[in-house]
Design a protein around this ligand. Structure first.
Ligand SMILES: [Zn+2]
Length: 103
């Protein structure tokens, strides 16, 4: 008559996050390959590119800004992370090498 385990399991949802979040490997991308835009001198600009959110990760190059998540959309060919401080683009990969960003 030991039903205690059955009673407890599934009684409430087990949190997915236990304080260990996956490490993302960031690879700098050529902005011209990910965004349709126009190069002005040192800057590469595109119209109507919407950031979908701000990541926990900060820019590995300038270490200033939190990276913005930019998903595929008009003018954006590849989902990527964008640093508004240095305007670099990054791809994110999981430790097993698979892309961390998906549409
Ligand atoms: Zn940066």
């Amino acid at each position: 008559m030991n039903q205690m385990n059955h009673y407890h399991s599934g009684a409430y949802p087990v949190p997915d996050q236990r304080g260990i979040e996956p490490v993302l490997f960031l690879v700098e991308l050529d902005p011209q390959r990910v965004v349709d835009g126009v190069r002005y001198d040192d800057n590469y600009l595109a119209d109507d590119v919407m950031a979908c959110g701000t990541m926990r990760e900060t820019c590995p190059i300038c270490e200033e800004g939190h990276l913005q998540l930019v998903l595929r959309q008009k003018n954006v060919r590849v989902a990527h992370l964008f640093c508004i401080e240095c305007t670099r683009c990054f791809g994110a990969f999981l430790p097993d090498g698979s892309p961390a960003l998906s549409d």
